[in-house]
Design a protein around this ligand. Structure first.
Ligand code: ADP
Ligand code: MG
Length: 213
């Protein structure tokens, strides 16, 4: 089964992401306090709130333009390392959907993968460096693989939620080689990366929305 993306889905997803970030305030706070500077929850909350407040402005746009606008807004709103990285994800995803179309699950997966590539390029990081990419790279690879196999979209979402969870948990045993936590050496071991946790929460929110539809 193929699924295209629409702006209403994006707006509902923004609400679901906001709810999941707000519901995990103490987790995100304490993770960034342990291996960062403690602002990650505030950054994510500010980003989620500003997108939800843009609903009326986004609603008339095509999904591609809505994603591009979300990226630009995040760039000017979220501070820290995570802001420009997440912004480049949404801008690239929107750009690739615009160029290649959005009428199949595989095209949506390919646009998601392009968004993740943009984060890799901007942050010059890769898998295994204890960052958000430890969630996003496996999720992106799995998404493209399952979409290419024409897997049912609900099965894809159930699998991606699991992949995100595994990637997030795997950051606990890693030493950070990018971002603020890189200065901690072995002291970062035993703590989940905050950006990996917030990306897992975002993947979970969007996948649950599809599963419940
Ligand atoms: P800051 O580190 O500037 O305080 P945040 O606390 O909002 O910004 O975000 C920290 C998160 O950003 C980290 O947990 C990590 O997941 C992610 N991050 C930091 N640097 C990179 C990078 N180069 N590539 C990918 N993700 C990164
Ligand atoms: Mg921080």
């Amino acid at each position: 089964m193929n699924h295209s993306i629409n702006t209403k889905f994006i707006l509902t997803a923004a609400n679901a992401i906001q709810a999941n970030i707000l519901a995990n305030e103490s987790t995100l706070e304490s993770l960034d306090r342990a291996i960062g500077d403690g602002d990650h929850y505030i950054n994510m909350k500010r980003g989620a709130n500003v997108i939800v407040e843009m609903q009326a402005e986004l609603a008339p746009l095509t999904p591609e333009d809505a994603l591009g606008k979300i990226g630009l807004k995040l760039l000017s709103t979220i501070g820290g390392a995570s802001g420009p990285l997440l912004a480049s994800f949404f801008m690239s995803m929107g750009k690739v959907l615009k160029e290649n179309g959005d009428e199949s699950t595989l095209k949506i997966a390919a646009a998601f993968a392009a968004g993740v590539q943009a984060i890799i390029q901007r942050g010059k990081a890769d898998i295994g460096e204890k960052t958000m990419l430890d969630v996003l790279i496996p999720v992106s690879n799995q998404f493209v693989l399952l979409a290419a196999q024409k897997c049912d979209v609900k099965l894809i979402c159930a699998t991606l939620m699991h992949t995100a969870e595994q990637g997030m948990l795997a950051t606990k045993d890693l030493i950070a080689t990018k971002g603020r936590a890189a200065g901690l050496g072995e002291r970062a071991i035993g703590h989940i990366d905050p950006g990996a946790k917030s990306c897992q929460l975002m993947v979970e929110a969007v996948c649950k929305q599809v599963l419940e539809s």
